[in-house]
Design a protein around this ligand. Structure first.
Ligand SMILES: Nc1ncnc2c1ncn2[C@@H]1O[C@H](COP(=O)(O)OP(=O)(O)OP(=O)(O)O)[C@@H](O)[C@H]1O
Ligand SMILES: [Mg+2]
Length: 224
């Protein structure tokens, strides 16, 4: 204790040079922090405006319900909305999205409704990879688009790590059919998607390979 008292007596005020240095260091720290904070505010606000823009593109609220559109922009805004679910987490790998976009003409359609179809199918693919699927180290979602002839386009969305047995494939487009636990799924996503695609004069089918992948194929006429 006497040593402590002696120290306090001798060094009641820090040496002015030391104090000046310390303040200098704090100012440095503050400057560094301020730059970092400003950068993260910029990143955050950029992200918010991207999400708001993609939500507006996704919902297409400010547009006519029927319109000639590039379907790739609808797929892209849907992927942006799902970005959070696709990225790596503490205990889960990133879901890699592989895009093979063909040369598509603009399609006269209900774009907001087709975006809903993309959302339902992609959400199901992510659900199965993240929660109910066969574990794969490198989960993938593959999106392929092409104009298969002058009359129609095909959009195929496939995911790794899931298999739907044939007797279940026959039921998945029916209303309220779900294999998800009570409270997790309403079983309406694919029924709604089926209805939207039929309304466009198209078709939606599923193809599933044992322990490999599940693929949904959508055909849409070029002029509806
Ligand atoms: N990619 C997939 N891989 C494996 N099973 C799938 C896949 N997509 C759909 N299914 C099966 O089809 C069922 C019906 O899907 P649907 O989207 O209609 O309903 P849901 O996802 O269960 O509920 P929600 O109404 O919330 O979408 C799912 O419960 C699941 O069993
Ligand atoms: Mg679903």
């Amino acid at each position: 204790m006497s040593l402590l008292a002696l120290y306090q007596e001798e060094f009641a005020q820090p040496n002015s040079k030391i104090q000046a240095k310390r303040e200098e260091i704090e100012v440095d720290f503050l400057c560094q922090d301020a730059i970092k904070i400003l950068q993260s505010i910029k990143t955050g606000s950029d992200r918010i405006s991207k999400i708001v823009l993609s939500l507006r593109n996704f919902s297409r609220l400010d547009e006519a319900p029927i319109k000639a559109v590039d379907l790739h922009s609808g797929i892209e805004s849907t992927l942006l909305i799902l970005q959070n679910r696709l990225q790596a987490g503490e205990h889960q790998p990133e879901i890699q999205v592989i895009k093979e976009y063909g040369n598509l003409p603009t399609i006269t359609c209900y774009p907001a409704q087709l975006n809903q179809v993309f959302l339902h199918i992609l959400n199901n693919a992510i659900d199965v990879i993240r929660e109910y699927g066969i574990n794969t180290k490198q989960p993938q979602i593959q999106i392929r688009t092409e104009a298969i002839d002058p009359q129609q386009i095909r959009i195929a969305i496939a995911n790794t790590g899931s298999f739907i047995p044939v007797h279940i494939q026959e039921r998945i487009f029916k209303p309220f059919f779900t294999t998800k636990p009570v409270g997790s799924g309403t079983g309406l996503g694919l029924f709604v998607s089926y209805s939207i695609i039929k309304k466009h004069g198209g078709n939606i089918t599923v193809n599933s390979l044992l322990c490999k992948e599940t693929e949904f194929t959508i055909l849409i006429p070029i002029t509806t």
